[in-house]
Every structure is written in C-alpha cells, then in structure tokens.
Ligand binder design. Structure first.
Ligand code: APR
Length: 236
C-alpha cells in the first residue's frame, strides 16, 4: 500500500559519499570553529573566512557522488509518496533522483544577495541563484548591487522551512531518520510531530539521543541500513 514517508536526513547519509560529518571524530567541527564559519556573527566578523569555508565545501561536493543510501531513498518514490527533509546542504538527494526535498539548512550550490529573503518580507527565494560548484569571493555582488552570501542557514538565524517540514512529519505514515546526531534544533525536535501511532525508524551506527517506544533503531551505516529498511517496509 502506498504510504506517506517523511525522511529526515543528516550528514551521516552523505558520509559514504566522502563528505565529512560535523560531530564525529575527524568531523568538520573538529577542524573549524563553528562560530567562525557557520554563524551569522562569524559572517559579520570575517566574511572572507566564511566564503573560503563554503568554497571548499562546494569543491568537495563537485567530486562526490550519491551513494546507495541516497539512491534507495529516491527509489522509495516508486511505491510511496516520499518527502526528504534534509539538514544537508549538499545536492546528493537531488542527484540520486529524489523529487520532493526540503533543504532546512540551505543549499551549497546557491547564493543570494544579503538583503534577500528576509522573514519580515515574507520568506521568498526569488533572489536566490545557482552558482553550481563555483566560488564566491569577498566583494562579489548580486544583480541589485548587494553583497552575495552563501544560501545557508547559519547558527543564529531562523529556519524558514521548518513549518513546512513539521506539516510533512505530521502527515507521515512512517518517519525515517538517517544519519543525524539530533543535536541541532529545530530539526532535532521534528520527530515529536509524528502521529502517536507513526513508526519511527532511525538509521545510525551510533547510539541515538532520543527514546520513544515508536522508535526502531537500525544500528547500521546508511547504505546497509537502507537495505534493511526497504526490506522491512516491503515485508521481506
Ligand atoms: N551512515 C549513517 N550515519 C552515520 C554514518 C554513516 N555512514 N557516519 C556517521 N553517521 C552518523 C553519526 O553517528 C551521527 O549520529 O551521522 C550523524 C552525524 O551527526 P552530525 O555530524 O552532528 O551531523 P548532523 O546531525 O547532520 O548535523 C546537524 O549541524 O552543524 C550543523 O548545520 C549543520 O546540518 C548540520 C547540523
């Protein structure tokens, strides 16, 4: 039977594509100061450093490919109505073929003028544009002359797409969570919006910080975990 599946993903789903996670040992936040490169204060203090950080992430993404977990998530669309809610700023879900994706924390391949998309104006992505895997440099300006910034939600900023994500989780028949440490809110609290009888599957090789009798923890890496998940929901 066709089900509504909400899939919340984090850095772990892209780990087997060679993209570093944030909080594992060797993760990005071991080598960079998160306040410097991923907060609105860091951007105000030293925008050049922030641009260099995201230029490097974009370059890494150019040579990464979707892995079997991204492909299996996209493959769920064959039989189900699937919405991916991702904290990842990479484009590997798109490249794997998923068609409904909510990027909670923005997108690496996009930039926008600094004065665009303010919540006060009603959130719109009209000024956002694609730069692919290219770089942006200090002083680069958008069509209206305003300074360009990465289209990323930084610490200290609102998460405009969270309300859409909540609606998707509320309506889901199944919630699948893959490769997130569930440390960063509001994404980490999304599972609480699942219906009281909605099963929640979590794929992560490590312990998960949430305890709820609806949760089935598949303690595997994303690729192997997705094989198991597909087996479970197809009754194999
Ligand atoms: N398969 C599945 N899960 C994995 C794998 C793998 N191969 N490798 C690691 N993991 C798990 C880790 O055990 C951990 O629980 O992925 C999770 C990664 O957690 P984080 O590094 O904290 O990444 P994430 O949860 O996506 O971070 C959330 O924090 O800094 C911000 O904006 C950034 O979107 C990011 C947010």
């Amino acid at each position: 039977m066709k089900k509504k599946i909400a899939v919340l993903t984090g850095a772990g789903v892209s780990a087997e594509s060679g993209i570093s996670t944030f909080r594992d040992s060797g993760g990005l936040w071991e080598n960079y100061n998160v306040e410097d490169v991923a907060s609105i204060e860091g951007w105000r203090r030293n925008p050049g450093l922030v641009l260099d950080f995201y230029n490097a992430r974009r370059k890494q993404l150019a040579s990464a490919r979707p892995n079997a977990a991204h492909l299996a998530i996209a493959g769920l669309e064959k039989d189900h109505e699937v919405t991916v809610i991702t904290q990842n700023v990479d484009n590997l879900h798109e490249r794997a073929g998923s068609t409904r994706i909510i990027h909670l924390h923005g997108e690496l391949t996009k930039v926008r003028p600094e004065d665009c998309c303010n919540e006060a104006d009603g959130y719109s992505e009209a000024g956002v544009f694609d730069i692919g895997y290219g770089e942006i440099h200090l002083g680069d300006k958008g069509p209206d002359g305003a300074r360009l910034r990465p289209h990323i939600v930084w610490f200290g900023e609102a998460v405009p797409k969270i309300s859409r994500a909540i609606e998707v989780v509320e309506k889901a028949d199944i919630l699948l969570i893959v490769g997130t440490s569930l440390q960063v809110y509001p994404a980490a609290g999304l599972y609480r919006y699942a219906g009281i009888r909605t099963p929640i599957y979590i794929i992560d090789p490590k312990d998960v910080p949430v305890h709820d009798n609806r949760i089935v923890h598949i303690r595997e890496v994303a690729t192997r975990g997705m094989e198991k998940f597909v087996g479970i929901i197809s009754g194999k």
